[in-house]
Design a protein around this ligand. Structure first.
Ligand SMILES: [Zn+2]
Length: 209
């Protein structure tokens, strides 16, 4: 699986028509007439992004407001690219809110960029995430180059260490069974096998000889 989006969403002719008719400023993004297009975008990008946030790489949720369509070049500053599909990627609401409308370009543009050269953060369509950011222990983000450092800063990825710590603390207060289930997620194959063997033994005891 590539670490960047290889092909942007392809708008259909009828979707293009809806955009032509109803879009004039970035505020129109919220219009209900675009809901169908957004749904198609999300479904398409979930697959292309392996259902991961383009900035923190955490799993994207399925509930209301659990996933955002992120405008890589902020739509309030670069209005004409609001529906430019290369400018769109899925992010978690935490990263989207943290990034806000911060500047992401080195120098002004007229046309949408074709490479990541003029962009100071990791661009989901142009840049390979792993070349710029390494994630340690699931929540510690290391910038490997300037783009990586700037992405961590703009999206406040350092916040996730605290988020994971809270989650772990909450887990340690929960039932032993829940803790066991959680431990199994990250257990080694040997430990998983050990668990299966012990469960078999226990099941046999329940069932009797
Ligand atoms: Zn995120």
């Amino acid at each position: 699986m590539s670490s960047r989006i290889l092909e942007a969403y392809q708008l259909t002719a009828s979707e293009k028509k809806i955009i032509d008719t109803h879009f004039s400023t970035h505020k129109d993004w919220e219009k209900s007439v675009f809901e169908g297009i957004k749904e198609n975008l999300v479904n398409d990008l979930r697959i292309k992004q392996n259902n991961k946030c383009c900035y923190c790489r955490n799993e994207l949720g399925y509930d209301i407001k659990a996933v955002d369509i992120e405008h890589i070049l902020p739509k309030s500053k670069y209005e004409k690219f609001t529906f430019h599909t290369k400018n769109l990627a899925l992010s978690c609401p935490g990263c989207n809110t943290s990034k806000g409308s911060k500047e992401v370009l080195k120098s002004p543009i007229k046309k949408y960029p074709r490479t990541g050269t003029n962009i100071i953060i990791v661009h989901a369509h142009f840049d390979n995430y792993e070349s710029s950011i390494e994630i340690h222990s699931g929540s510690i983000y290391e910038g490997l180059d300037e783009k990586g450092c700037e992405t961590i800063k703009q999206c406040k990825l350092y916040r996730l260490k605290r988020v994971h710590k809270k989650a772990r603390k909450n887990l340690s207060n929960s039932s032993p069974i829940q803790q066991l289930v959680e431990s199994l997620r990250t257990a080694s194959d040997a430990d998983k096998q050990l668990f299966i063997n012990q469960m078999r033994e226990m099941t046999n005891q329940f069932q009797g000889p």
